[in-house]
Design a protein around this ligand. Structure first.
Ligand SMILES: O=C(Nc1ccc(Cl)cn1)C(=O)N1CCCC1
Length: 325
């Protein structure tokens, strides 16, 4: 089988939500290549934490996995926890007849407040799934044996709907050729080595170990690369108050170029002029921030929305394919 689902941007492209049928109920989920749990708001989630969200009701067709629990936390210190059911999950026509559906019994305030978000669908490697006592597979791992090709592609866009495709590559969605790089799976991420970064034809240094993460909004780069980038924007400053680099919204924000697999890819400066940093709209928050405390580079949505990316498990050695949109 194969299929395609829309990825609808939230305000400021903060995250992208995709309609998914869970036990016959449609929920809008945040597809996240940086985690491996499929969890949903549910009838088990306290009403005080779930008003405004679509909820999964396991009563209709869910089979409880007795004694199974899950508990996840993300890089932004949001998180959720709960219990586990097996149920039918359909994404863009691709059907998992018995998928582990993690029903939330508790969610953090960030999830409580984003009423457009009804849960997450993890697309990292199942080795980092949090279900105990028995780890569960991601939707992709559950269905990959039934897909025409064991791969999915990500085509996020700035300010408009993109797509996640499963089982095939749509050659109309990218320009030029796809450059493939090997993936290191030991941390459970789609992890690879990126190369030189430049802006305004000046070297910013090497990016190095990086993950392709649709669940993270921004790009978190090595501190040396980040400071070299902002040195090119007059009036930029790393503001503890704002929580990162900000600059005048009318500044000239240079394009960011990154080498992957020996090819150069461009993130337009306008994607890096991310959001107003305050109510006056005078200062804007940067789409590139330092990866302090993370230990690797995260290439999140600001990067991905300039790219067409193939998450490929067609062979025993997973790989990532990158092309310009
Ligand atoms: O928080 C995340 N990433 C993240 C955020 C900040 C920093 Cl420094 C690093 N990573 C993330 O992937 N998610 C997924 C769903 C909700 C948030």
């Amino acid at each position: 089988q194969s299929g395609s689902v829309a990825a609808n941007p939230e305000q400021y492209d903060e995250s992208y939500l995709c309609p998914v049928q869970v036990g016959g109920q449609t929920l809008n989920l945040d597809f996240d290549t940086g985690s491996a749990d499929l969890w949903v708001f549910s009838t088990l989630t306290p009403a005080s934490e779930s008003t405004g969200h679509a909820k999964y009701n396991p009563k209709t067709s869910g089979k409880a996995k007795s004694g199974y629990t899950w508990n996840i936390s993300y890089g932004d210190n949001s998180g959720a926890s709960g219990t586990v059911y097996a149920d039918k999950v359909v994404v863009g026509g691709v059907t998992a007849t018995s998928q582990a559906v993690e029903a939330a019994t508790s969610v953090s305030t960030q999830f409580m407040q984003d009423t457009d978000n009804d849960g997450l669908l993890g697309l990292a490697f199942s080795t980092i799934n949090t279900v105990q006592p028995q780890q569960q597979t991601t939707f992709f791992d559950t269905v990959k044996g039934t897909l025409a090709k064991k791969l999915f592609t990500v085509d996020l866009k700035a300010g408009t709907a993109g797509t996640y495709d499963f089982g095939y590559i749509d050659n109309s969605k990218y320009s030029g050729t796809i450059t493939y790089v090997p993936v290191k799976t030991t941390n459970g991420f789609w992890e690879f080595t990126a190369g030189a970064a430049t802006a305004n034809n000046r070297s910013l240094g090497s990016v190095g170990d990086a993950i392709a993460d649709t669940g993270t909004t921004l790009m978190y780069l090595p501190t040396a690369v980040t400071s070299a980038y902002y040195a090119q924007i007059s009036g930029s400053t790393n503001s503890a108050d704002a929580g990162g680099y900000i600059f005048p919204c009318d500044a000239d924000v240079p394009d960011f170029h990154i080498a992957i697999g020996g090819k150069s890819f461009t993130v337009p400066g306008e994607y890096i002029n991310f959001t107003p940093a305050d109510n006056s709209g005078e200062q804007c928050f940067g789409g590139i921030q330092p990866n302090t405390g993370i230990g690797f580079t995260i290439l999140g949505d600001v990067f991905l929305k300039a790219m067409f990316v193939v998450f490929d498990q067609t062979t025993s050695a997973p790989r990532l394919g990158f092309a310009a949109q």
